[in-house]
Design a protein around this ligand. Structure first.
Ligand SMILES: [Zn+2]
Length: 410
């Protein structure tokens, strides 16, 4: 995970750009990606795919040729999708195109105008005082051209066509936590699931934010009915507790399993309704006319958000591992879960079938054997029973599986 992040973080990963494509290529060497391309100008529901954007050089100089800002120093120094310009402007005009973040005066903010036509630079608030001259030369050598928006797709076929989609966005040049951490965790989860036999089909999507999800869904509408659940991953490396944002439905099996795992595994976490913690591509997946329940797992908020301070210093490998294990556990439960229905009458003769559990071995299970037995009417899943009895999922699962092997439940 750290190697991927190190290799990609400083790249110019604008939404439709060479840097984005190169980043997908990098990932496709780790897991085989199918690349979905949608050309510039393609109508995607109410949206239109933007042009490819690139920038060669950008700077601000005073009229003596002294550079006060140079894109070479940091990819965030230019507003993404800035128009080209080569002009002498007054300081007043220049300041209308300079973006800063007063709350983090030493950081360069991340700004973008993908769908408006404008030019702009981003700069540390503390540097504004260095602009003492009346006029400045502004130079941006950027290019808009026809291209194609790309979405990377890795699909692991399961026993069923029913699909769980996991999504992270790969855009945002020069930043780490938002959202290369989500991308890195996604890649690692994909590698883990590829080793297993799964019930669900898993689809991993690497998109440019918002438009990537809209382009993918609108051009692949046939897949929508097959997707049962979605998980959006982002900002998983910073030093904050996890935040679980529920799906629009709010009470699906995935919502409940995610909450259950977080309660059991974490000391502390935040929980909020749909769109109340962090806004991302769940608005496309879980939005009008699509409505796939999509939860979001992040460690939002963090104060370095959308600035040059969102760099390698604020993330840790341990936190990425912790998030990855959390999500793997959620997926493990949802994948194994099933609805047992009893074939027996009366209480089960436990010791006669080798099913009795010694309290010295597992007190929790020992004390709940009867309660499990009383919940096998076919209206609850294994997870529902574990949640209701506040038990470890695997204990309940393994016990009911034994009943299944003995044909006591179907
Ligand atoms: Zn962002």
């Amino acid at each position: 995970m750290m190697k991927l992040i190190n290799s990609l973080w400083f790249k110019r990963r604008d939404i439709v750009s060479d840097g984005f494509d190169e980043s997908l290529e990098y990932i496709s060497k780790i897991i085989p990606l199918k690349i979905h391309k949608t050309s510039t100008g393609t109508k995607c529901w109410t949206w239109v795919v933007p042009e490819k954007w690139s920038v060669n050089e950008a700077y601000i100089e005073d009229l003596n040729g002294k550079r006060v800002l140079d894109l070479k120093d940091h990819p965030l120094h230019i507003m993404s999708y800035s128009l080209p310009i080569d002009k002498i402007v007054s300081k007043k005009e220049l300041f209308q195109h300079l973006h800063t973040n007063a709350e983090r005066p030493d950081a360069i903010p991340f700004e973008f105008k993908y769908y408006q036509r404008d030019w702009g630079f981003c700069i540390q608030n503390n540097k504004l005082k260095e602009f003492t001259k009346e006029n400045y030369k502004v130079f941006i050598d950027s290019k808009f051209e026809k291209g194609s928006l790309k979405v990377g797709d890795y699909t692991i076929k399961g026993k069923t066509d029913k699909t769980i989609v996991l999504v992270a966005h790969l855009c945002h040049p020069g930043q780490v936590n938002d959202d290369l951490t989500g991308v890195a965790v996604l890649v690692d989860i994909a590698k883990e699931l590829a080793k297993k036999k799964n019930y669900y089909t898993y689809k991993f999507l690497f998109v440019p934010e918002t438009i990537g999800s809209i382009a993918y869904l609108s051009q692949n509408e046939d897949i929508i009915p097959k997707i049962e659940y979605g998980i959006f991953l982002e900002m998983l490396g910073n030093d904050n507790i996890h935040a679980l944002q529920l799906s629009r439905q709010g009470d699906t099996r995935l919502d409940k399993i995610a909450r259950y795992v977080m309660k059991r595994k974490l000391e502390n976490f935040n929980e909020g309704a749909f769109r109340t913690i962090v806004a991302n591509d769940e608005i496309a997946f879980n939005g009008p006319g699509v409505d796939i329940p999509m939860i979001s797992i992040s460690r939002y908020p963090y104060s370095e958000y959308h600035t040059s301070d969102d760099n390698l210093d604020i993330i840790s490998k341990q936190r990425l591992e912790q998030s990855k294990n959390l999500i793997l556990e959620i997926l493990d439960i949802i994948d194994k879960d099933f609805t047992p229905k009893r074939n027996f009458k009366g209480p089960i003769f436990l010791s006669g079938h080798g099913l009795w559990v010694d309290w010295r071995e597992n007190m929790e299970l020992n004390q709940n054997l009867e309660k499990i037995m009383l919940n096998l009417e076919g209206d609850k899943t294994v997870f529902d029973i574990a949640e209701e009895l506040n038990m470890k999922f695997d204990d309940v699962f393994n016990f009911i599986n034994k009943l299944k092997e003995l044909k006591l439940v179907k």
